[in-house]
Design a protein. Structure first.
Length: 284
DNA sequence: AATAGTCGCAACCGCCAGGGG
DNA sequence: CCCCCTGGCGGTTGCGACTAT
């Protein structure tokens, strides 16, 4: 197939929505007896009117043993931000570094809490650059695109899966912060907020501004990427950050594991190729 | 007390990659 | 090589709980 839902999810009588305790019990009992795998047959064998995909998600994200259901710790929070600054929204990889957490947990926590926190500190949560810089870059890009229809076509060509690149992916509230015309000043290096800052003034007026962090909490400026194209090279110079070496969150020696190095290598290749592509299409 | 607005979590949707026939 | 099936992933949405007016 490859396109569209699995056949078992197309049935009209398949139940959707929240799982009941009874359904959870049935799924739990089935997995306890037979283990996981071949999810397509699980609903039938377990006596559930769900599609296999729904069963797999329920098991993976909620019923699976050793899952943490309490709130995220500051150490976990710090690791998520660090990894996101490095590898982006590869939630499954990030979740693998956090025992007991699922990719859905991490993704939800990012979308509802962490991205907003970064934005409140003047950091664009997508690029980890100052919001003012990002907005400037976007404006410049629009000017460039408007002067060249071929450039617009080229831009579309490098983002074929456009549904993942529009701002619909932004957190509902975060969108308002980032797109606010008054959010023009980076405050990443100066928490707590100075008086007169437009972003913080606006947020403070809405009563949503968090209390100033105590000195021993996260320094958000550490997660500021200075340049989106240079960051990967520069990060090598200070990788791993102190928080990771201290916590030894992944990698036996306290540093990043090899797969992250592999990802970074591939990212560097892609960035290099992409830079050449841009030069060829925009600067000629 | 009623209503509107906001938040956060659970679940769904659509796409993709890998493997088997 | 092609097609199909399955599992995995990231983005998005639905909805209940909570808060503000």
């Amino acid at each position: 197939m490859g396109v569209g839902p699995p056949a078992s999810c197309e049935k009209v009588n398949v139940k959707k929505g929240l799982w009941s305790a009874e359904e959870d019990a049935k799924l739990h009992a089935y997995v306890a007896a037979h283990g996981t795998g071949n999810w397509t047959n699980v609903p039938k064998k377990a006596g559930l009117k769900r599609c296999g995909k729904s069963c797999r998600l329920r098991w993976t994200n909620y019923l699976r043993p050793n899952l943490k259901h309490e709130g995220f710790t500051s150490q976990e929070e710090e690791l998520i931000v660090t990894l996101h600054a490095t590898i982006g929204s590869r939630w499954s990889i990030i979740a693998n570094q956090l025992p007991g957490r699922t990719d859905n947990d991490v993704k939800n926590y990012w979308n509802t809490k962490l991205s907003k926190k970064l934005a409140l500190h003047g950091i664009d949560p997508v690029t980890h650059r100052p919001i003012s810089e990002v907005k400037h870059s976007i404006t410049a890009l629009h000017v460039t695109a408007a002067t060249s229809s071929s450039a617009a076509a080229a831009a579309a060509a490098v983002r074929p899966n456009s549904r993942n690149n529009n701002n619909n992916s932004l957190n509902r509230n975060l969108k308002n912060i980032l797109l606010s015309p008054s959010s023009t000043t980076s405050t990443a290096t100066m928490p707590p907020p100075p008086p007169g800052n437009a972003v913080f003034d606006q947020i403070a007026a809405e009563g949503a501004f968090p209390p100033p962090p105590p000195p021993d909490q996260i320094e958000w400026a550490e997660y500021l990427v200075e340049d989106a194209f240079l960051c990967l090279e520069e990060q090598d110079a200070y990788w791993p950050p102190p928080s990771i070496t201290a916590g030894a969150a992944f990698g036996a020696a306290g540093g990043p594991s090899s797969f992250i190095d592999e990802i970074l290598d591939r990212d560097r290749e892609m960035v290099s190729d992409f830079s050449g592509f841009l030069a060829g299409h925009y600067l000629l």
